[in-house]
Design a protein around this ligand. Structure first.
Ligand code: XMP
Length: 527
């Protein structure tokens, strides 16, 4: 079924020419408080225009405009009266499509490059310095702008590094304004949006809440809705939006598998409920998970067991919610899912039917439970989801929670998982989190798994006696997207405090070690 959300009126389309930059451009546009959406460059221009965009941005791309099969753009795009901003590949396409010259002068530019702005009062460059640093990534270069364009900037190797035609409202830059290495990139982008295209910066997460609440009400009507909560930010924010829209028609299900960190189950069961007033069904499945995991040490096997048990417990709970509603003559027709915009873009922008992803481990519902999906976060990036969560008054521990794997502490105990080991790891993890928070480092690092090497022991000395305890591993990492990561250079005094407290306060732990492996070759989680 189609997404519940109509596009807001002031939309900027980002045409994706296949580089990794389109998502970043879309985010930068939204940081400028203008709504943006990504469309593939294969979309016919008529279809783009049918979306009634207020402006169009052509992204960079990996290829030369002269490479065989390089994506092109229909000239009609530039003749529709919609303001257009071409960046890098998009800039070159604009140049050749409108009659300028792009050639391969053999002088490639990659990386940070000085840009000389010739027309500092121009629409794009007003108020920016005559010399600025920009991020380049190209082989071909524009040597002559199309007729009607003023050349506004150049570099040592590129005579036409930026141009604009205010009359037709067409703008372009050879470089990447969206990357942070371009010193005035955001300012230039905002000049295009506000001055070039005349768009007002009005898009905020407050609008998102209002729009989504109205859209959910239209989609759901008076039917009942179910939502699985994982303790993570996406499902919590999605549930809170649906709760705001349809109140008690929503029932949330929280499976407590006993593998969450200290205080997290309580955050869902008490704080989330207190903040939202949501109707919550808690399934205490701790014993069931421990029994299923007994004697298991292989990481993949542990993951599969946790995933399988989770689905079974969630299915059972969902059937009970459906049956209870049925007794009152009501049907549960909708399932909430916390799908985010990057998932939508990466899966080709398709709209969902009841094909539940394994995301958050709410996966693989049985075929006789057919739900339509409610996906109120489909337009949002992660940082926007957090802002919506704050807007909805969710506890900051939930809104700012760092990524945490669905299988939880089960894959942070290296060896067999059992109750005492979980208690031990929960204590050590709570100390590490407390100290990182106290040092103000939560938002500097991506996440910090704390790992128990349950099958390893080493000799130590404490008080007057010999100890033979377990090591705890700290795995603080910095990352943009978890695909790659580097170990975080935490201050020594913070590491020292964590180490002292864990070895003093957690029985049976006599050593704390730091994981200094990047990803690759190491993954973030140990299992
Ligand atoms: P790795 O260990 O593959 O982790 O470098 C990358 C990111 O994904 C998280 N992670 C998971 N998240 N279910 C999840 O929802 C899982 O099974 C899972 N395994 C790893 C991990 O915490 C890191 O942020």
């Amino acid at each position: 079924m189609a997404s519940a959300t109509p596009a807001p009126p002031e939309t900027v389309l980002v045409v994706d020419f296949g580089a990794q930059y389109a998502q970043l451009i879309a985010r930068r546009v939204r940081e400028a408080r203008v709504y943006s959406e990504i469309v593939p460059s294969t979309m016919p221009v008529a279809e783009m225009l049918a979306k009634r965009p207020r402006a169009i941005i052509l992204s960079g791309g990996p290829s030369s405009v002269y490479a065989p099969g390089a994506p092109a753009i229909d000239r009609a795009l530039f003749e529709a009266g919609v303001p257009v901003f071409g960046m890098c590949y998009g800039f070159q396409l604009m140049a050749i499509t409108l009659g300028g010259t792009v050639d391969n002068n053999g002088r490639r530019e990659y990386g940070r490059t000085p840009l000389a702005v010739g027309l500092t009062g121009s629409t794009l460059f007003e108020g920016t310095p005559a010399e600025q640093s920009v991020w380049m990534s190209h082989g071909d270069a524009c040597s002559a702008a199309p007729e009607g364009f003023a050349v506004t900037a150049s570099t040592d190797s590129v005579p036409v590094a930026a141009f604009e035609d205010d009359e037709r409202r067409l703008y372009g830059v050879q470089y990447h304004p969206e990357v942070m290495h371009t010193t005035h990139g955001q300012q230039v982008l905002e000049h295009f949006l506000y001055r070039g295209a005349g768009i007002e910066p009005t898009w905020t997460t407050h609008n998102v809440v209002e729009e989504q609440v109205a859209a959910i009400q239209r989609q759901v009507g008076d039917k009942r809705v179910i939502c699985g909560l994982s303790g993570g930010v996406d499902s919590a924010v999605a549930a809170a939006l649906v709760q705001k829209a349809v109140g008690d028609q929503l029932t949330c299900v929280f499976v407590d598998h006993g593998l969450l960190r200290k205080g997290e189950a309580e955050q869902v069961e008490k704080d989330f409920v207190a903040a939202t007033g949501v109707r919550l069904k808690v399934v205490d499945a701790q014993e069931r998970f421990l029994t299923a995991l007994a004697g298991r040490t292989d990481p993949e096997e542990k993951r599969k067991i946790i995933g399988r048990e989770f689905i079974r417990v969630f299915e059972q709970a969902a059937s009970e919610v459906v049956a209870e509603a049925g007794e009152h003559g009501e049907a549960v027709e909708f399932l909430v899912q916390g799908t985010l915009y990057p998932d939508v873009v990466e899966s080709g922008g398709g709209t969902g039917t009841a094909n539940i992803k394994s995301h958050h481990n709410v996966g693989g519902l049985p075929e006789d439970l057919q739900f339509q999906l409610v996906e109120p976060l489909r337009q949002l990036f992660k940082d926007e989801v957090r802002k919506v969560g704050e807007e909805l008054g969710l506890p900051s521990e939930i809104v700012w929670r760092q990524p945490f794997p669905g299988p939880g502490l089960g894959i942070r105990i290296i060896g067999e998982v059992n109750g005492p080991r979980l208690d031990l790891l929960r204590e050590a993890d709570a100390i590490a989190r407390e100290e990182l928070t106290a040092a103000g480092l939560d938002r500097d690092i991506w996440q910090c798994p704390v790992v128990l090497l349950a099958d390893v022991r080493s000799v130590g000395v404490q008080g007057d006696g010999r100890t033979y305890g377990h090591p705890i591993v700290l795995r603080p990492v910095s990352s943009e997207d978890a695909m790659t990561a580097d170990w975080s250079r935490l201050p020594y005094d913070v590491l020292a405090r964590i180490s002292t407290r864990i070895t003093n306060e957690v029985a049976d732990v006599n050593r704390v070690v730091l994981d200094i492996t990047s990803k690759p070759p190491g993954t973030i989680e140990w299992e």
